[in-house]
Structures are given as C-alpha cells and as structure tokens.
Design a protein around this ligand. Structure first.
Ligand SMILES: Cc1cc2nc3c(=O)[nH]c(=O)nc-3n(C[C@H](O)[C@H](O)[C@H](O)COP(=O)(O)OP(=O)(O)OC[C@H]3O[C@@H](n4cnc5c(N)ncnc54)[C@H](O)[C@@H]3O)c2cc1C
Length: 421
C-alpha cells in the first residue's frame, strides 16, 4: 500500500473503536480542519487509488470504519456552524457529539426531538447508522436531518436536502457513509423541553401485560429484561428504584420519559424519578464490556419474538446474564434504516466479549431472521445480500444510486462491499 504525505494526508495512525473490537492502521490519516481539507483528501486518495472511510466517535461495533486507504477522523471537526432560532434548525460539522449538540441547543431554547441512550457518539455516526431512542411516535435520528453537504468521489461538494432531493435524500439518510464524506449536517430541532423520567422494576408478566397501555401513555417507554439476578449490574442499571417484582430474576427494569415545557413547575420528586432538561435525562453510562446485536422486528411481531428470545435465555443459554433491551421506534421513509416504511421494535441482545458469545448471538439472529428483523447498522449483525434483498424494499434502488455516485467503490471497505457493491 502506498503512503503519501500531502498537506492533508498524514501517515496512517492506529485507530480503534470504542469496544476495542476493531483496530487498523490506514495508509493515511486525515484530521480535517475545513471542508477544503476533506475535498483535498478525497482528491489525493483518488490520485493514489486509495479507498476512503470516515469515523465519528468510533462507537459502531461493525467493521464499518476500517480501511487500508485514507481514514478521515472527524472527532475534532465538531463546531456548530449556524443556527436559525425561528425555524429551529441548526447546521453542524459532522463530528460534533450528540451531547455537545444537545447542550448547545439548550442554550438556544431548543432540544433534539429524541436521542439514543448515550450522547457521546457523533451526530453524523448516529444519523448514518439510523441510531434511535424509544417511543412509538419518535422516528430514528436519521429523520432529524433535513440537509447535508457531502464530498463525492470526484472531489466535488454536493448539497442534499429532504426538500430538493426526494429519493436521493431518502437513500442518503442511513447510508453508512457510502455516498460520500459528510462535511456538514442541518438538523430540525424542537422547542426546549424537560423530561420527567420514571424508573422501576417489576415482573415480566406485569411489563408485558401493560405494554401497549404504557406505550400509548408515555412519550417514551422502554424496558430491559433481566434474565438473572446479577443482570442489572452488567449494564450499570440503577439500584434503589421502586421494586414491584416478586422475584430477583426474569424481571424487567422499565423506564418512561415524558416531556414537560421548560416554563412549567418542577414536579415533586418521587422515588425512582428524575427531572431535568432533555439533554441531561437522555444520556446513560455504559462500559465497553459487551458484544451486541440489535435488530428491529415489525412492531406487531415484538411479543412473539421477545418470547422466543426469553426462552432461549431461560432454557438454553443459561450462562448469559446481560439484559435484553427493548425499544419501539416509529416508521420512516428512508431506504435503509431498520424502520424503513414500518414501525419497529428494536431488541438488543448482548454477551461478554468472549468467543462463546458468537454462538448465542447466532441463535438470536436465527430468531430475528424468522421475524423479519432488520439490523442496526452500528451494531454487529449477520446480514448477507440475500437477506437484505428480502428485508429492504429499496435495497436494489439503494445500490443503484450508490454505484452512480461512486462507480469505483471509493467509499466501500470489505465489510460494506460484501453487502452493497
Ligand atoms: C454504549 C453505546 C450505546 C449506544 N446506544 C445506542 C442507542 O441508544 N440507540 C442506538 O440506536 N444506537 C446506539 N448505539 C450505537 C451508536 O449510536 C452507533 O454505532 C453510531 O454509529 C455511533 O456513532 P459514532 O460517531 O461513534 O460513529 P462511528 O462508529 O465513528 O461511525 C459510524 C458510521 O458513520 C460513518 N461516518 C461517521 N462520520 C462520517 C462522515 N463525516 N462522513 C461519512 N460517514 C461518516 C462511519 O463511516 C460509520 O459507517 C450505542 C453504541 C454504544 C457503544
């Protein structure tokens, strides 16, 4: 592999993802300071015949980032570029973290409509992988993007917007960085809101019995199923929340979040409740101690799918103790998000970072496959082109658009080429 030193191409530096599961030394590393740096990097890569992959904060646990070519690291390309307080729109550099943006929006009287359960990933990484929170009325974060600017394979700048680019923008929304290198993103924010969060534990029968009512009654309702007594410790779930459970395993840790306008009085604190700005309530803390797959099944298939996963853990994989996280997400019109054209229920299953976890995840994958589960693009999965063909009505249309924008496959790596060439 050729190494080059130009103004923007530095010798390749070791990069590893948050989990430490993927690491690589590319031919060249780029730490851009401007759009022009990114353009020059893509032009230099084209001259040298090198592929290009970008990273935000490295929280994806697929091999979506590694490249033998040019790696553009956006960690420090994280400014707010402009804000329109009237239309509640904000334009940012792609490497800004969800938390940095969310806290900035608070200073401007705004919030993100929804976030995932950490806020340390980049806005671009979250959007490119269809990262989501929970709530039957809340779509994934790719839907908060209303415009973006990318550097395409020929080194030109392309402005894309939901309004002007219709189908192309829908395909771009969750495109895992395959259409080009994103240099700015405009998001639609909403008026600032506080969240009242309630957490409690109860038996699984209670959780499932009241599921549909709780989904209707709360902006956000989600739960972790805890197969064993020690499960809660593994995901740092809080202790000291109200405990309505009759046993110490096969129970659920449930959470609801409801929005309260910022000018409304602070409610009386109750056990297990927290009240603060959305930017404070959404994020949780995790340790990189797990290997995870997460697929979204059609909303109406959730209970049957969950039942099979639960019995797999209770009857066969009795040594696995990590919680199973279950979150509903509203349908969207993107080509490749797990929620494309259907409401979904995301089930996340994890095990320790040890070889036997793969066999357990394979068994879970077989259940998800039977129920039409679609993967989260930032988490492990076992997809093949044949499966994608069945799962995504616009899979072929996506590939066609990708090839038109990037005929030489500059923005692919081995992981993505196998699925989207
Ligand atoms: C502890 C933890 C908690 C999580 N919680 C949630 C959750 O609640 N909900 C959920 O849905 N997901 C969750 N995730 C998954 C996470 O949101 C995704 O993996 C997300 O992609 C991570 O963003 P990142 O900036 O770290 O991305 P990276 O891993 O750096 O990149 C992700 C993808 O975006 C592409 N990309 C990044 N920047 C650019 C750019 N400028 N141009 C083109 N492409 C780019 C990369 O090439 C890659 O394909 C969690 C992950 C972890 C580790």
């Amino acid at each position: 592999m050729r190494h080059a030193k130009t103004d923007v191409l530095e010798p390749g530096k070791l990069w590893w993802n948050w989990f430490g599961e993927h690491y690589f030394v590319p031919a060249n590393t780029v730490l851009p300071r401007s759009e022009e740096d990114v353009r020059q990097a893509v032009l230099a890569a084209a001259r040298l015949g090198l592929p290009v992959r970008s990273s935000g904060r490295g929280h994806a646990n697929t091999a979506a980032v590694p490249t033998p070519g040019v790696h553009i690291d956006f960690r420090a390309f994280n400014e707010v570029l402009s804000v329109d307080r009237e239309l509640m729109r904000v334009t940012v550099q792609p490497g800004i973290s969800v938390g940095e943006l969310s806290r900035y929006l608070r200073t401007q009287g705004m919030s993100l409509n929804n976030q995932g359960d950490i806020d340390t990933q980049s806005v671009c990484g979250a959007i490119m992988t269809a990262t989501h929170g929970a709530g039957i009325t809340l779509p994934c974060m790719s839907m908060q993007m209303i415009a973006a600017r990318i550097v395409t394979a020929d080194g030109s700048l392309l402005d894309l917007s939901a309004e002007a680019d219709g189908e192309l923008f829908k395909a771009f929304r969750a495109s895992i960085g395959m259409f080009g290198v994103v240099v700015s993103i405009t998001l639609q924010a909403v008026a600032s809101y506080n969240l009242l969060k309630r957490s409690w534990n109860a038996d699984i029968e209670d959780c499932l019995g009241g599921l549909h009512q709780r989904l209707q009654d709360n902006r956000t309702f989600w739960f972790f199923w805890l197969p064993r007594r020690e499960s809660a410790d593994l995901f740092v779930l809080p202790s000291g929340v109200p405990n309505l459970a009759s046993r110490d395993h096969d129970i659920c840790h449930m959470r609801s979040y409801n929005a309260v306008p910022v000018d409304q009085a602070v409610p009386e604190p109750e056990p297990g409740s927290q009240f603060d700005h959305s930017s404070v309530i959404f994020p949780n803390l995790y340790e990189p101690n797990f290997r995870e797959i997460e697929y979204a099944v059609p909303f109406e298939d959730f209970e049957a799918t969950f039942d099979e996963v639960r019995h797999l853990f209770l009857d066969k994989h009795k040594d696995f103790t990590f919680p199973v996280e279950c979150r509903p997400v509203k349908a969207d019109d993107s080509y490749l998000s797990a929620y494309a054209e259907r409401d979904g229920y995301a089930l996340s299953v994890s095990g320790p970072m040890e070889p036997p976890t793969w066999a357990m995840l394979r068994d879970v994958d077989a259940i998800f496959d039977r129920h039409g589960g679609r993967p989260h693009w930032g988490k492990h999965h076992f997809m093949t082109p044949a499966r994608l063909e069945k799962l995504y009505p616009r899979y072929d249309a996506f590939k066609k658009m990708r090839r038109e924008l990037d005929p030489a496959g500059m923005f692919l790596n081995d992981h993505l080429r196998a699925l989207f060439a």
